[in-house]
Design a protein around this ligand. Structure first.
Ligand SMILES: NCc1[nH]cc(CCC(=O)O)c1CC(=O)O
Length: 314
């Protein structure tokens, strides 16, 4: 039993970005912790931290450069002891953490699929030739162009509300969002969104999963997180992130992958694309759950070999 549980006077400080989705994720973590330990909400404090990714909104993410655009400042606060845990969208997390920090707590994964969002159409296939679609994701852009080279893809940044306004304003006819974000924001019924099957658009690595980062030396926090940790999510992400690590993936490379567990077996599909969508390389495999990381690594290395140097630069 943990001896010193957080109290309203000395709350556990939960660091997060200030976007509506990030706040929803931090509050979900807070509620799960309060429930698991039978503590009042006030024993947990949400601390908002502004990141480079939040500050620079006039350029595509891929052009700002550097890893961890949405995480660097939060990790600095965690290392400095200004917060006790950090709640992240695992999709935005580099595969390696700074020295002293550990990212091994996961909430149960939400729907990993992407959503097709449009006021006028219901699927990519229905879009008239030459239609303009908006996305800020290199992966989604490449996947769309691979399927529909006739479409025009324009840069589309901002939160869900901003993007919907851009659809209203006819800046683009359609856009793409994570189902997980729409669900967590409680917006799924108020947005013209349709889930895209993972055979049609393979999600980003770790899409829909929330990770909780802590200081490795902080065993009290490790103990606090244990009851809200979701083992199957961790097993799926271990495979997906091993795939990403083998490909040295960052936000600047179009990489997709999804691990699924059924009947005690883990199935993984992964793909890499040229940024212009002119080529897609895919691999899939199945293994025992414990061997998920080895499978992810092996398939990542296979794809890297097949792709050769320069694959991502065209
Ligand atoms: N890169 C931004 C980001 N990071 C996580 C999500 C969605 C939630 C998730 O995948 O867990 C989003 C927005 C989006 O892709 O629509």
């Amino acid at each position: 039993m943990t001896r010193d549980l957080p109290t309203p006077a000395q709350p556990l400080r939960i660091g997060t970005r200030g976007s509506p989705l990030a706040l929803a994720q931090a509050n979900e973590t807070r509620a799960l912790l309060a429930q698991a330990w039978d503590l009042p909400f006030e024993a947990f404090e949400v601390v908002i931290i502004r990141t480079t990714g939040d500050r620079v909104i006039d350029r595509p993410l891929s052009q700002i450069g550097g890893k961890g655009l949405f995480t660097k400042e939060i990790e600095e606060a965690l290392s400095a002891g200004a917060i006790d845990i950090a709640v992240h969208s695992m999709k935005d997390m580099p595969v390696e953490q700074p020295p002293g920090l550990v990212l091994d707590g996961y909430l149960e994964r939400e729907d990993p699929r992407d959503a097709f969002v449009s006021l006028s159409c219901t699927a990519i296939a229905d879009l008239p030739e030459g239609t303009v679609v908006g996305t800020s994701s290199l992966r989604r852009k490449s996947q769309i162009l691979a399927r529909r080279p006739d479409l025009e893809v324009v840069e589309f940044r901002g939160n869900v509300q901003t993007r919907l306004q851009k659809l209203e304003d006819k800046v683009a006819e359609a856009t793409f969002l994570a189902m997980a974000g729409l669900n967590r924001l409680g917006m799924i019924d108020s947005v013209p969104a349709r889930a895209i099957g993972t055979e049609d658009m393979l999600p980003a690595i770790a899409q829909g999963a929330i990770g909780i980062e802590r200081r490795g030396a902080d065993s009290r926090v490790a103990e606090l997180l244990e009851p809200i940790h979701h083992v199957e999510t961790a097993q799926r992400l271990a495979c997906e992130r091993a795939f990403l690590a083998a490909l040295d993936g960052s936000c600047q490379t179009p990489i997709a992958g999804l691990a699924e567990i059924e009947g005690g077996r883990l199935r993984f599909r992964g793909e890499i694309l040229r940024p212009d969508g002119s080529e897609v390389l895919a691999e899939a495999g199945e293994t025992a759950i414990a061997d998920g990381p080895a499978l992810g690594r092996e398939l990542g290395e296979t794809l890297r070999r097949i792709a050769g140097p320069g694959f991502f630069s065209v």
